[in-house]
Design a protein around this ligand. Structure first.
Ligand code: RIB
Length: 297
């Protein structure tokens, strides 16, 4: 039985430049010419989900853009692939942007100016006919109260809730308890452990065990992505190690988003969570070989 992927999240236009090394605090570095590339964690994840489904219309992007020239550029890849943009709305402000530097190793440094993303509301999900076959996919670049309200709406319909805790922010116990799958990188996992006083456990068990500690404490399935070291997952209590898939890294920007979007799409297709992690890892690895957060559809 296949469902839809409902993405509730940010839409940005990324201003990207290559630099030799990323600037340290207080340092100025000179970059290459900049490029304007569609981005935003929500939009990146929606595109990845649409790219892995046979029918891109099964992806609904819920977000906000401004009433400016950047809006259509930010949405260009989502429009081109033909996913459902009926719940993405314009508002009388500026489209979100992200200023991104990418160094010679493909690592990045990002500053996000949220703009219209700050107006994204769970109300946009009302009456979309969510069902238990659907997957709601969220991140943390739109107001968190609205993200939690979106989770509550999904919970009522029995839809699967996949939350990517990026970028790191405070996450109350109740909010984590409402999720089915929590996807984090090491920094985000450590932030959750610090906030919920799980630090002693981290020191005892080492960073790869963060997924287990969080899953045990909150009763949620956790996927901890570890970049070139693969991933660790605790899926309904089942602990797994996932080997990294080698890549010729050009730019890691958005690779985590590709992971999340592909994972959600697999769940919507009825694929097991274990297999979904493997497919998501393969897609994220390919994404590292392309410059910019969104690869061509
Ligand atoms: O995860 C990468 C994304 O983070 C970029 O596309 C940028 O817009 C920021 O939201």
């Amino acid at each position: 039985m296949s469902g839809r992927v409902i993405v509730f999240g940010s839409i940005n236009l990324d201003l990207v430049t290559r630099v030799k090394t990323l600037p340290l605090p207080g340092e100025t570095v000179i970059g290459s010419d900049y490029q304007l590339i569609p981005g935003g964690k929500g939009a990146n994840q929606a595109l990845a989900a649409a790219q892995s489904l046979t029918d891109p219309k099964r992806v609904l992007m819920t977000g906000c853009v401004g009433e400016d020239d950047f809006a259509s550029r930010a949405l260009s890849n989502l429009s081109k692939i033909g996913l459902d943009l009926k719940r993405t709305r314009p508002s009388a402000t500026s489209t979100g942007i992200a200023m991104i530097g990418v160094d010679e190793n493909g690592e990045n440094s990002i500053v996000v100016c949220p703009g219209a993303n700050g107006l994204t509301s769970a109300e946009q999900l009302r009456d979309i006919g969510l069902s238990a076959r659907d997957v709601l996919l969220t991140q943390q670049e739109v107001p968190l109260d609205e993200v939690f309200a979106a989770h509550a709406i999904a919970r009522q319909s029995g839809a699967i809730i996949v939350h990517n805790a990026a970028p790191a922010a405070s996450l109350p116990t109740k909010a984590i308890g409402n999720m089915d799958y929590l996807i984090v990188n090491e920094t985000e996992a450590e932030a959750i452990c610090r906030e919920h006083d799980l630090k002693a456990r981290i020191n005892e068990t080492g960073s790869q065990e963060l997924a287990f500690v969080i899953a045990e404490r909150f009763g949620v399935s956790v996927i901890l992505t570890l970049g070139e070291n693969g991933a660790v997952s605790v899926l309904v209590g089942n602990r797994l190690q996932h080997e990294a898939i080698p890549a010729n890294v050009v730019d890691t920007t958005g690779a985590g988003d590709v992971f999340c979007g592909t994972f959600a799409a697999c769940l919507a297709d009825g694929i097991s969570s274990e297999q979904a992690v493997e497919k998501a890892m393969a897609a994220a690895s390919r994404a590292c070989e392309v410059f910019g957060a969104q690869s061509e559809s």
